[in-house]
Design a protein around this ligand. Structure first.
Ligand SMILES: [Zn+2]
Length: 79
């Protein structure tokens, strides 16, 4: 990346604050673009929401296996 190029947020096109630049230098990503703090937060919130949804789905899955086990056990108890 050209050093003289102003660092602009990929999402909102606002120039990055010194803090954002600092973070960008410190935590270099392989994304190929830079995000300002608020856009990073927005994306993280989306990601967290997605992760939370996945987690809930996983819980459903575990409940499902538990239910199956319970049914199997009940069937065994009948024998
Ligand atoms: Zn932004």
């Amino acid at each position: 990346m050209n050093k003289d190029m102003p660092l602009i947020c990929f999402d909102c096109n606002l120039p990055l604050s010194d803090f954002d630049k600092f973070l960008h230098k410190k935590y270099r990503t392989n994304l190929g673009y830079i995000l300002c703090q608020s856009c990073t937060d927005k994306r993280e919130r989306k990601l967290i929401k997605k992760m939370a949804e996945d987690f809930v789905n996983e819980l459903d899955f575990y409940d499902y296996t538990k239910t199956i086990e319970k049914i199997k056990k009940e069937e065994k108890d009948k024998d």
